[in-house]
Design a protein around this ligand. Structure first.
Ligand SMILES: [Zn+2]
Ligand SMILES: [Zn+2]
Length: 265
C-alpha cells in the first residue's frame, strides 16, 4: 500500500480551524495511513495567540492519545508538536517535534516573521537600516541553529522568510548575501541528518504559489545529502493534502521519504 501521511497538522488547540477529531475523519476520508498532529508548543516568554497555552497542551496530548486508540483500526495517529526557536515547552512527552523559526529576537524584542510584509519591513527599518536582505540574513542565522537549540526531528518551513516574497516582490533572492546566508544555514543543519519539510501550507492559505523551500534551496540541500518529507502545515481539514500531487512532481528529483517509516523504525 502506498502510504499517505501528514506530520504537520494544527487544530483548534492552537491556530487551526478544526477539532483534532474532524482532522482525523478528513484524513481517513482522504485515504491517509498516518496523521501527525503538531500543535504549536507553548511559549511563555511573550504574548502569543497562535500557540497552545500550558493548560491546552495537557488537554491536547490527552485528546490526541484518546483518538489514537479510537481510530487505531483506521489510521495511525501521532501526537507531536511544532516548537518555535524561542519556545520553552519541554518536548519529552511528544511522539515527534518540528523545529521552526517564527520570530527574530532583536534586543529582547520579538519580531514575527510570518504575520505580514508590513511587519517584516517595520522590523527591517528598525533594526537593519531598511534592508530585508539583512533581516533575512538574521533569520537564517537563527534557522541554522534550530536543531542545536531544539533537538527537533523535522526542520520546519526552512525559508519561511520568503512567505510574502511571491514573484520577488519584496527582495531579490538572488542577492549574494541572501544566498550565502541560507547556504550557511543548510550547512549547519545537514550534519543532524533530519528531514527538511517540503511544506505546502502557504499555498493553501493563498500566500504563495510554490512550497517551501524554493527549488534552488532544495537542490542545494539535496547536493549536500539532505532529504525531505512532504507536509501541508494544515490548519483546515479540507486542505490536508493541498498541493501534494504537484509538489511530488516538482520535487521528484529529490529524496522524499515517509516520516512514519522513520518514526516506526
Ligand atoms: Zn510554523
Ligand atoms: Zn505549522
Amino acid at each position: 500500500m502506498i502510504k499517505k501521511e501528514n506530520f504537520h497538522t494544527h487544530s483548534i488547540y492552537c491556530d487551526g480551524k478544526d477539532t483534532p477529531e474532524e482532522m482525523v475523519l478528513s484524513a481517513i476520508e482522504k485515504g491517509f495511513t498516518d496523521l501527525g498532529f503538531s500543535g504549536h508548543a507553548y511559549i511563555d516568554d511573550f504574548e502569543c495567540d497562535w500557540a497552545m497555552t500550558a493548560e491546552n497542551s495537557r488537554k491536547y496530548i490527552s485528546e490526541i492519545n484518546d483518538l489514537k486508540i479510537k481510530y487505531r483500526d483506521k489510521i495511525n495517529i501521532y501526537c507531536g508538536t511544532e516548537l518555535d526557536y524561542f519556545c520553552t515547552d519541554v518536548p519529552g512527552k511528544y511522539d515527534f517535534t518540528i523545529g521552526s523559526v517564527h520570530y527574530l529576537n532583536m534586543g529582547g524584542e520579538y519580531q514575527a516573521i510570518d504575520y505580514s510584509l508590513n511587519e517584516q519591513q517595520k522590523a527591517a527599518d528598525k533594526y537593519f537600516g531598511g534592508s530585508l536582505i539583512d533581516y533575512a540574513v538574521e533569520y537564517y542565522r537563527i534557522t541554522g541553529d534550530v536543531l542545536n537549540k531544539l533537538n527537533a526531528d523535522i526542520i520546519g518551513h526552512f525559508d519561511l522568510v520568503t512567505k510574502f516574497n511571491e514573484g520577488q516582490c519584496a527582495f531579490d533572492t538572488g542577492d549574494k548575501r541572501y544566498v550565502n546566508a541560507w547556504h550557511d544555514a543548510v550547512d549547519a543543519l545537514i550534519p543532524y541528518n533530519k528531514p527538511f519539510e517540503i511544506n505546502t501550507g502557504a499555498i493553501s492559505r493563498g500566500y504563495r504559489k510554490s512550497p517551501y523551500p524554493a527549488l534552488d534551496i532544495a537542490e542545494y540541500i539535496h547536493s549536500k545529502g539532505g532529504y525531505f518529507i512532504l507536509t501541508s502545515d494544515c490548519h483546515d481539514k479540507n486542505k490536508l493534502d493541498c498541493y501534494f500531487a504537484e509538489a511530488e512532481k516538482e520535487y521528484s528529483k529529490f529524496e522524499i521519504i515517509k516520516f512514519s517509516e522513520i518514526l516506526n523504525k
